[in-house]
Design a protein around this ligand. Sequence first.
Ligand SMILES: Cc1ncc(COP(=O)(O)O)c(C=O)c1O
Length: 384
Amino acid sequence: MKKSTKIVHAGRDKKIFKNTANPPVIHASTIIADTYEEYVNIEKRTSPLMKYGRVGTTTTFAFEEAIKYLEDGDKTIIFPSGLSAISTAILSVVEKKSHILVSDSVYYPTRRFCDYFLKKMGVEVQYFNPIIGAEIQNLFKENTTGIFLESPGSLTFEMQDVPLICSIAKKNNIKTILDNTWATPLYFKPLKYGVDLSVHSATKYIAGHSDAMLGVVTSNEQSSQSLEKTSFELGIHTGPDDIYLGLRGLRTLKVRMNQHQRSGLIVAKWLEAEPQVSKVLHPALPNSPGHKIWKRDFSGASGLFGFIIKPEKNFNIEKMINSLNLFSLGASWGGFESLCVPTWPYQYRTINSVKHDGYFFRLSIGLEDPEDLINDLKKGFQYL
Ligand SMILES: Cc1ncc(COP(=O)(O)O)c(C=O)c1O
């Protein structure tokens, strides 16, 4: 089946959801068993297995099924946010005194979790240059149990050689986790490229309408047991209303992504030609350093990318941002509306993988007409 067909039908089990096209929202803490025998033999309850609200209802299972199917995984677990999906995936691959390798380009709160929580647990955290490639092997220690990747990286959009890193990790019995939020399950298939745990902030493109918080983790067979146990013991539960919004968003993901990709590239190419812009950070642009990897492994690009304005003293960045009408100033992305935010990636990096060589910005290109978006940016660029 083609991706656009899969996305319409995934998770819609006709045996369970007989009369509704959309799986209904089931709110429940208590789940009632029909008989004494069914109550004591909980494992024998009819499928899907509803035990207790915290471990999910049919709404949860429908979303899990849909994402698992799209990611070609063994198991998917839903989380109340992308960050809780990330932290649980990481906890599922570390033990006391483990050593974990984390890309220097990760989403800042991922880094904060590692620096605060993992270090408190006695886990050694080491950051590496996102474009390290095969040299990652030189960083392995006896106690290395996990590698955390994000490709392209947050704010600076470096591409990582995911299949290469994963194949080396596998030979050394090290688990790999990838934050795949940028590409969505449509444009990159992490498990097919050797990743053990694929993570998404479904708050972004999957929900797609800037009104829900959700995360998902999909595991391969070797990683499911630890993932399930970790999330179960942490008491992870996601409210059915947000899950419903995730499922609803998923149905239109393909058409939205086509548009985000198309408009994003139109705006990125326009920016490339602007004299005040020193760099456009978008892996689908042929001049981008990560372009070869993107072209080899990905089947598309989302609408999120960065650009750098030359560091001229008289540029009025504040006026530029405040003069934009269509681009809003908000710290998220992947919704139907366009966003433009200033960023400071060099402040967070610890191994000097980014130079502070201008004013950094991130654009999330929404579903507006790209010509209108360029005109809005032109207005702002008068102040540069
Ligand atoms: C790359 C990336 N991963 C994960 C997250 C966290 O997602 P959430 O906000 O749903 O916790 C974000 C949020 O901005 C992100 O940009």
